[in-house]
Write a protein that binds this ligand. Structure first.
Ligand SMILES: [Zn+2]
Length: 563
């Protein structure tokens, strides 16, 4: 039945109450190509959405009976609909905050960096520090920009910039003085390195734990800055079709910012938050993380477990390797959580509280340490269904690959990184040598060995755009590269496999596979509409596709202005 007119409100309420809830949809999308990403992907052209959930998937004719007087109709005109993307490793809040600092990501040369830093210094006003990030370390010899360059641009106050990997920082002499770092200061351990000249004086680059020596003197962010940052991060996610994200390093202030945003109805994506845990603070952190989850609750944004850094990055020589670095005899890098007993205890503690670990592991020794910890925790806990995730997995021993599937550990890849760019050519291959360089980012090998693949961006380290990442997963080449050979072509994914990693694989990583990740009746109406069908165009054109529309729980949260 169809009721019209405001005067009939009471009758309408009564009528709706006694009708089947499937009477009419809030939203119908029709005339498109709907790829459900279900195990058997049956062709569909239309979707009906009701009460935030998918009510119907099928053809346009079937969708017609869901259309009522108040139904919004979106004519797809042949465009592609996919489940909303899941970014399973992102720093949405911190990235959004950093986007308000001095952003060096657009700078592609030393000259441009110099100009950008100078401009930021000029507009910093009375701020006690100049801070920013995103500089491309490959622009500088060894990835190490000198403090003298920063001194010449910012002589009057301390300055702190992180590089695009977030695993190294560049500081001026004032910042070193504030932190009390000089030739006599020892490296701080936990992989931290104060890069030095031959006479021992600090060069201006700090790696890993050494960054904190300066960073802890930075003025604390205000609550307003965090809220603004989250808003920026969420807007970025919505514009790229991301409807679920895993915050890869949260603290209580992050959790509070999400909780407030959820309370005010400002969340345009679901979030799973992983609280940073460190060896120095002990295994009781499992209980502390559980307490944070219980304190803040949240339907959309929830604490899901702990984040553990097991090593650094290959580019900086700080990833933990099983065999020494080729350019530094005997050096294996350092594990950032070197005590296997306490790590296994932490994992078991989280499992028994129904939570998971999100590991950062780049080198093969760090990857093995993560798998060992999960294996030992399972022996204690009996192997409960925690969805532990190992992020990055840039280098892994072949015999460790089947352990992911066997232990139920999900891989969160950053497919965008699986290309032979300057990070690989200039900073990684010389450190690893040919054999290990020839098996970096073993994405397809892991899939073949039974691992569940999820995907993520690590934004703001690199772009949050899933389409850029899917293209590289499929081509193993930079989107602007001249046509040519794929890098380690045996590790390429199909478009279908890459999209699965970004949808149902991500949902599985969060234990949400029965609620989102596919376009299925009764699941959350989390959808993305692309301007073209990336399954049929040339793989090198996938990154040219645009997100026209993002729907989260049935609500349009992004619409491309010209679409
Ligand atoms: Zn990260």
């Amino acid at each position: 039945m169809r009721m019209r007119g405001a005067g009939l409100l009471a009758a309408l309420v009564a009528a709706v109450a006694c009708e089947s809830p499937s009477e009419s949809a809030d939203l119908v999308l029709r005339g498109g190509v709907v790829r459900t990403m279900e195990a058997t992907d049956s062709p569909a052209t239309a979707i009906a959405v009701q009460g935030g959930r998918i009510a119907y998937v099928g053809d346009d004719e079937g969708a017609a009976r869901w259309i009522g007087a108040t139904t919004d109709i979106i004519e797809l005109g042949g465009r592609l609909v996919l489940p909303g993307f899941h970014d399973t490793h992102v720093h949405a809040l911190d990235g959004g905050v950093a986007a308000g600092d001095c952003d060096l990501r657009p700078a592609t040369s030393r000259t441009e960096i110099t100009r950008a830093v100078g401009a930021c210094a000029a507009r910093a006003g009375p701020a006690p520090w100049v801070r920013g990030g995103g500089y491309d370390p490959t622009i500088f010899a060894g990835g190490e920009p000198p403090r003298e360059l920063l001194d010449s641009l910012i002589p009057d106050r301390p300055a702190y910039f992180t590089d695009a990997t977030e695993h190294a920082g560049w500081v001026n002499s004032r910042a070193l003085a504030v932190a009390g770092i000089d030739a006599d200061t020892p490296d701080p351990g936990a992989g931290g390195v104060i890069v030095r000249r031959d006479d021992g004086t600090p060069q201006g680059t700090l790696r890993e734990g050494a960054m904190e020596l300066v960073a802890r003197h930075l003025p604390e962010r205000t609550d307003a800055e965090l809220a603004e940052g989250l808003t920026r991060g969420l807007a970025m996610a919505a514009s790229l079709g991301v409807t679920t994200l895993h915050e890869a390093a949260a603290d209580e202030r992050t959790i509070r910012a999400y909780a407030e945003a959820e309370g005010e109805g400002r969340l345009t994506a679901r979030a799973r938050l992983f609280v940073l845990a460190e060896q120095e603070r002990g295994t009781a952190q499992a209980q502390e993380v559980a307490a944070l989850r219980d304190r803040y609750g949240g339907r959309l944004a929830r604490v899901a477990g702990a984040k553990v850094f097991l090593d650094g990055v290959l580019e900086g020589g700080t990833a933990a390797l099983l065999e020494p670095y080729g350019d530094r005899p005997g050096w294996l890098g350092e594990l950032r959580w070197p005590a296997p007993d306490s790590l296994a205890t932490l994992v078991a503690g989280l499992e028994s509280a129904g939570m998971a670990v999100h590991f950062h592991a780049i080198g093969d020794r760090a990857v093995r340490a993560a798998l060992d910890a999960v294996e030992r925790a399972h022996a204690v806990s009996g192997g409960p269904p925690a969805r532990h995730v190992v992020a990055h997995v840039q280098l892994a021993e072949r015999r460790d690959l089947p352990r992911f599937g066997a232990l139920g550990v999900v891989v969160s890849f950053q497919p965008l990184w699986a290309q032979r760019d300057a990070y690989i050519v200039d900073l990684t291959e010389p450190r690893l040598g040919d054999e290990r360089s020839g098996r970096l980012y073993p994405i397809r090998s892991l899939l073949a060995a039974g691992a569940v693949l999820a995907a993520g961006s690590d934004w703001p380290v690199t772009t949050m755009d899933p389409l850029d990442a899917i293209e590289v997963a499929v081509t193993r080449r930079h989107e602007l590269a001249e046509p040519g050979e794929a890098w380690i072509p045996s590790e390429r994914l199909s478009v279908d496999e890459a999209v699965r990693a970004y949808t149902i694989g991500g949902a599985y990583a969060a234990g949400l596979e029965d609620r989102t990740g596919t376009i299925t009746v009764e699941r959350s109406a989390d959808l993305v509409v692309l301007d073209r069908d990336i399954f049929v165009i040339e793989p090198t054109e996938i990154s040219d596709a645009r997100v026209d529309l993002t729907v989260f729980e049935g609500r349009v949260v992004y619409r491309r202005p010209s679409s």
